[in-house]
Write a protein that binds this ligand. Structure first.
Ligand SMILES: NC(=O)c1ccc[n+]([C@@H]2O[C@H](COP(=O)([O-])OP(=O)(O)OC[C@H]3O[C@@H](n4cnc5c(N)ncnc54)[C@H](O)[C@@H]3O)[C@@H](O)[C@H]2O)c1
Length: 264
């Protein structure tokens, strides 16, 4: 018996949190998984990791740029053609901060962060919600009332608090939180749950790619009482919880997974 009898779709699945989430679905017995990203090599690696975790899991690999509405729509059409429906949608695709104050930030840098981290998340969730509206609720493993679908958007602790030199990133992630709340209100009557997660500093390629940024982020780890990097697995765990019937009364939440960063 699995908590995940439905179909999962993860954007940003070629790396970091998205990859850990896709593999976790397979580990927890989800047998129909769609992995989307713009990086085909990373997607192939995720596909192999899923196969090694659960050989019965059927995986659909979709090369998608989340800022291209048509590509997202096509990915969901293909997912439904193959698997029949879409139950758990995790919108994880994103890029890191461009560390500049507003007066140093160029318009195209601001646009890039907003396009991918906010508009791309909206385009993805909009397409997912359109599909969920068309399907019947799915039975749960434990007899609780099922839902038509669950969407989890990946925001950030930096959608809740400010940091030096992060005006575009912080505001794009705040926008994801606000959008999540509005969609949760609008789709409650349709029996769809929409939540988001606000990860803290997580050990992924995004945070470890650039030595200068890594140095600055390592220095800020101690803001959190737990004073350590979180793992992609710890965020994936929260994603899976929010998709499961164990979270059946959680709606519009911004679940903070940050070792206490935002309580200080
Ligand atoms: N790592 C952290 O500390 C941290 C903290 C808070 C929030 N987040 C958020 O978590 C999410 C995942 O980050 P991560 O740390 O796993 O980073 P990552 O760089 O390891 O993975 C991000 C993935 O998103 C994909 N992506 C980027 N732009 C895309 C696009 N236009 N279309 C499709 N795919 C695209 C990349 O190819 C990559 O595979 C992001 O939204 C990020 O903002 C990360």
């Amino acid at each position: 018996m699995t908590l995940y009898p439905g179909v999962a779709l993860v954007t940003g699945a070629a790396s970091g949190i998205g990859r850990a989430t896709a593999v976790s679905f397979a580990h927890e017995g989800c047998l129909r998984i769609v992995i989307c990203d713009q990086n085909p090599a990373g997607l192939d690696e995720t596909r192999k990791l899923i196969a090694a975790t659960n050989a019965s899991a059927d995986v659909l690999v979709q090369k998608v740029d989340v800022i291209q509405s048509s590509e997202i729509t096509e990915a969901i059409t293909s997912a439904v053609a193959k698997f029949g429906r879409l139950d758990y949608a995790i919108n994880c695709a994103g890029i890191g901060n461009i560390a500049k104050r507003s007066t140093e930030l160029a318009e195209d840098e601001f646009e890039k962060i907003f396009q991918i981290n906010y508009r791309g998340c909206w385009l993805s969730s909009r397409a997912e919600l359109k599909q969920m509206l068309q399907q019947e609720p799915l039975s749960t493993h434990d007899g609780r009332p099922g839902v038509r679908g669950a969407v989890v958007n990946i925001a950030s602790q930096l959608g809740l608090v400010g940091r030096p030199t992060a005006p575009a990133y912080c505001s794009a992630k705040s926008a994801v939180i606000a959008m999540t709340r509005c969609d949760a209100i609008d789709y409650s009557k349709d029996n769809i749950r929409v939540n988001c997660i606000c990860p803290g500093l997580i050990d992924t390629p995004m945070t470890h790619r650039d030595p200068e940024k890594l140095k600055a982020m390592t220095a800020s780890l101690a803001i959190a009482p737990m004073d350590r990097w979180g793992t992609a697995q710890e965020v994936a765990d929260a994603c899976l919880f929010l998709c499961s019937s164990k979270a059946s009364f959680i709606q519009g939440a911004a679940l903070v997974v940050d070792g206490g960063y935002t309580i200080n």
